[in-house]
Design a protein around this ligand. Sequence first.
Ligand SMILES: Nc1nc2c(c(=O)[nH]1)N[C@H]1C(S)=C(S)[C@@H](COP(=O)(O)O)O[C@H]1N2
Ligand SMILES: [Mo]
Length: 429
Amino acid sequence: MNLYEKCVRFMKQTKQAAEPNRRRSHRYLYALGAALVIPAGIGALQAGADEGQALLKEAISHLQYLTMANDFITYGRGDPPPDQLAPEKKREVGLMRETWRLEVVADSESNSKLDNPLTREAGTALDWEGLMKLAETKAVRFMTVLTCTNGNMPLGMGLWEGVPLKDVIWLARPQENVRRVYYYGYHNDDPKQRFQSSLPIGRVLEEPPGEYPVILCYKLNGEWLTSKRGGPVRMLVPGQYGNKSVKWLQRIVLTNDYKANDTYATWNNDTVSQIKTCARFIETPKKIQAGKPAPITGVAQVGMGGLSKVQYLVCRKDTPASEDDPYFIRAAWQDADILPAPTHWGGGLPDGKLPSIPGQIDPKTGRPYRWPMRYTVAYWAALLKIDKPGQYDLRCRTVDENGIAQPMPRPFLKSGKNDIQKVQVIVEQ
Ligand SMILES: Nc1nc2c(c(=O)[nH]1)N[C@H]1C(S)=C(S)[C@@H](COP(=O)(O)O)O[C@H]1N2
Ligand SMILES: [Mo]
């Protein structure tokens, strides 16, 4: 399995995931397939319009919207990775729900003032019971994509649940000189293994209407967060890349420092900017027949700029970009179909039904208020048809809600990988 194949795995039904759910996933597939409006352009294809539709339906049936917890791509460090510690060790170091503690303290190198620091030493650290108590009145859930700054593909699409970080910070009664929040998780008590991240206090205490708070996340797709995904509790920062979403979270430090001290920033990444919009292929044919339609599918990450279109471009193999048009902006891109919201959401949810999600899902209809949703993914599909035999490059891109095509307006890779993906297709007589 090459990296790309590994990356697309989460979006396809894995064997284990598909077997016990065979019936269910079929229902999903039909629901989704039926909801897809095949556009006029495709319907008008002379040769094999029905066949094309059937192939498209079959290709779409391989997709599931929410990723099973185990099918997320895992990025992270630790020797050993904390989720692989023996149960006794996990219990000892606070990586079990019963022993988990979260400290909220002032940075000792700064002049931040907290009236009620939450510490292990004083026995005031937040424990699981305290978190669940808060959850009774404060719990929020939302769907958002987990994606790495340097990843080729999103890592997974989740329905996350947690308590807003602000509610725990207020328990510590911060008084003054707080400009940033540093945080990190369990790291085998080895400073070299510590993976830390940070946010401005403003991002933690307030969000624009319609956006989601930073949460102390303890559930994914309705199940307790697994150790592998960073449980008992991880930070989850919607709208930003995965490096902000620290796993095995144990300590929060309020500081008057105004600079990001993120581990990921010291590794030459932009750790401040929001997620970008971009498209990736999931399934494309290696060989097709001239004049015969073949399905292609992909995923689009819906970043800060939203998503208005996904497009694909067919060029003769190795056609160079012109010097004044490195991103093929002026080429003859064709529109793919952005798939509508599924009726079966996958991810292992019972019956594939979503619980109520204020802000994203209308409780009356169970359907999303807007689609695609910002900071999630949308799947897309198209029927590819090439008339002349030969070797071709196939590319895909997004156009955001400002009308700007990928990789613009932010083509620089350090703030998120969004280069235009290219694959090869051979067309035979
Ligand atoms: N404790 C800890 N948290 C971490 C990391 C890490 O190395 N250690 N890696 C981060 C990065 S760079 C990414 S992209 C995400 C990946 O999350 P996942 O492994 O759940 O997919 O975790 C983040 N949280
Ligand atoms: Mo990452």
